[in-house]
Design a protein around this ligand. Sequence first.
Ligand SMILES: NC(=O)c1ccc[n+]([C@@H]2O[C@H](COP(=O)([O-])OP(=O)(O)OC[C@H]3O[C@@H](n4cnc5c(N)ncnc54)[C@H](OP(=O)(O)O)[C@@H]3O)[C@@H](O)[C@H]2O)c1
Length: 271
Amino acid sequence: MDNKFLEKYGTWAIVTGASSGIGVEYAKQIAEKGLNVILVARRKQMLEALATEIQEKYGVQTKVVECDLSQDNFQHTLLDATKDIDVGLLVNNAGMNCEGHFYRGGLDRNLQMLQLNTKAPFILAFEYGKQFISRGKGGIIFTSSISAFSAHPYLAHYAATKAYILSLAESMNYEFKDKNVDVIALCPGMTKSEMTKGMKEGPMLMEAAPVVKIALDNLGKEAYVVPGLFNKTQVFINSRVLNRDNAKSLTGALLKRVLPGVAKSAKKEKK
Ligand SMILES: NC(=O)c1ccc[n+]([C@@H]2O[C@H](COP(=O)([O-])OP(=O)(O)OC[C@H]3O[C@@H](n4cnc5c(N)ncnc54)[C@H](OP(=O)(O)O)[C@@H]3O)[C@@H](O)[C@H]2O)c1
């Protein structure tokens, strides 16, 4: 239980993308602080299993909302499900990626990502932000990425969606401050989740728990946070040491080696 956190952001929190990865961790750590949690994603069974675990472990209430956030007008499902609930914290976490050469994901998948990673969190922040301002308190957490800080060839469109989120969160942080509503963007690097399944263990890959803890600890203090020394160093070099051109070339060369799909097609091209 965290009385200060509960007083400011209780009594209910919404966590999108709560069926796996970073979202599961958000739900658990927020419940541990004593807030009831609304779990949102498409895979209902996984949300229900997490809801049971959270109720038993932390003694809070939960609500499962099955919702595809990439669909038009998805927000009505969530607004209807929460109309009689005192929501004080919104965690805009659900997201997907399209990695590889620019055309690899296809247009439909890219448009789905655009809707899920940018339009959906914007709409939810717009709707619940309004409610938080009128109740005189609340919090909004966005999950951005370290890819938001500089151009990322081979993650071009994904990084652009995350840059949108970082910019939005930083500006909202400024505008909402005097309304007693806290806004923060969490900018993780590689973190263990379904998105990074199969990736090699090492200093580049963080566990979800410390990543989420940094976001919750800094809500109300910072406009954005980058978890982990490795990620902080990468952001520092790309955005402060190198000029934009060199940062782009270095990142492109690195991702060409690291991203499995890109490495494979680069080898084919050589033959
Ligand atoms: N892992 C990393 O290295 C990393 C790094 C930087 C940023 N991030 C960001 O962290 C956030 C969480 O990702 P993760 O790493 O935890 O990946 P993950 O394990 O793949 O989780 C993604 C979550 O988003 C949900 N989701 C996907 N499509 C959805 C849709 N159309 N409607 C509703 N929910 C949807 C998924 O649930 P369903 O499939 O059940 O719908 C799942 O709960 C994302 O915004 C991601 O961009 C991740």
